[in-house]
Design a protein around this ligand. Structure first.
Ligand SMILES: Nc1ncnc2c1ncn2[C@@H]1O[C@H](COP(=O)(O)OP(=O)(O)O)[C@@H](O)[C@H]1O
Ligand SMILES: [Mg+2]
Length: 247
């Protein structure tokens, strides 16, 4: 089973939007996919549903219970979050860091995709401890090499202290106005430092993405020929090659 955490401690870099689109790409490529929202803001949950049943709320893991995934379609289900999760953020006792890992051991299927909040606190730590792959979306206009190296350091620390095998699959510019000269300069800087990690594909910035999310649809369903739709699919091919060594 692939367990993929999508994380970056910065907000507004496209984490949630990326998890939403990836959930459709994986489930349509015949992978039984479960999406987990680990952010008390519940933005990912809202992309799928406006009312989250109590029994499918991820906060249950901190109450000693197992949440039940809500089926979205044949291959896709979701465990959601809402603001009531936030009260557990302060309960950072050791056992609470392993709750998500325990849950994932109970789930079956092919792919688990997890969205994280914009911080390196208890919830993101739970994700880093539970997954075997980390995908890092970045916004080129807010890109910071120091922020990225903090994140990579946290991953290394967790790897050492929990003896887990987390692999950083790569960094994706998920929200990119690539025509700006400034963007090109940043891309060059990022390439010089993280060449092997950067995905070749970038997701362009477009209002079509926002529009699709507001309609609870992936952009490739609403505008199949749009440049962002093509980019998401190209990115998925690249991701599959890295994950499965395909083609
Ligand atoms: N490629 C894109 N083009 C335009 N808007 C985007 C794109 N990706 C994400 N957004 C929008 O940017 C905002 C932040 O994205 P989001 O995925 O919520 O980031 P994060 O989860 O990192 O905070 C959202 O309003 C989302 O709709
Ligand atoms: Mg988010």
């Amino acid at each position: 089973m692939l367990k993929i955490g999508v994380t970056n401690q910065k907000g507004g870099v496209g984490k949630t939007t990326l998890v939403f689109h990836l959930s459709y790409l994986f489930s349509r490529s015949n992978k039984k996919t479960t999406v987990i929202d680990m952010d008390p803001q519940g933005n990912l949950t809202s992309c799928f549903t406006e009312d989250l049943p109590e029994k499918s709320n991820i906060k249950l893991i901190f109450e000693g219970n197992l949440p039940e995934p809500i089926p979205i379609n044949k291959n896709l289900s979701i465990i959601g979050a809402d603001i009531t999760l936030s009260k557990y953020e302060a309960e950072a006792k050791l056992a609470n860091f392993f709750k998500l890992r325990n849950l994932l051991e109970q789930l079956n299927g092919d792919v688990i995709l997890i969205d994280t909040p914009p911080s390196l606190g208890l919830f993101t730590s739970n994700v880093l401890i539970a997954v075997n792959h980390i995908l890092v979306p970045a916004d080129i206009s807010k890109f910071s090499l120091s922020g990225l190296s903090d994140l990579l350091d946290s991953i290394e620390n967790i790897k050492e202290s929990t003896k887990s095998k987390i692999d950083v699959i790569g960094i994706l510019f998920a929200f990119t106005n690539i025509r700006m000269n400034y963007s090109k300069a940043i891309r060059k800087e990022a390439e010089s430092k993280y060449k092997d990690l950067l995905f070749d594909t970038v997701i362009p910035e477009s209002v079509k993405v926002k529009e699709a999310i507001s309609k609870k649809q992936p952009v490739f369903d609403l505008y199949p020929k749009h440049k962002t739709s093509i980019a998401y699919k190209e990115f998925f091919n690249e991701l599959e090659r890295r994950l499965y060594g395909k083609r």
